[in-house]
Ligand binder design. Structure first.
Ligand SMILES: [Zn+2]
Length: 70
């Protein structure tokens, strides 16, 4: 399935970027406490238009929005 234009834009967003309107949360967020002072959080999303899946991460070394190609 083609990735919709909203998702293509989503993949370029930064850590401050908000999910687009048709991106819904899947499951609860996962909290990682890691070995450093700062933990980080991951949240999965799914697009209602094209079914693309994203993981949003607040980890500084991770991409903010990772698009999982079906
Ligand atoms: Zn989409």
């Amino acid at each position: 399935m083609e990735t919709c234009s909203l998702c293509q834009e989503q993949a370029k967003k930064t850590h401050r970027g908000k999910p687009h309107d048709d991106l819904i949360k899947v499951d609860e967020s996962r909290i990682f406490t890691g070995n450093r002072a700062q933990g980080y959080e991951e949240q999965d999303y799914k697009c209602l238009i094209c079914n693309s899946k994203f993981t949003q991460s607040t980890g500084k070394n991770d991409l903010a929005w990772t698009l999982w190609q079906g």
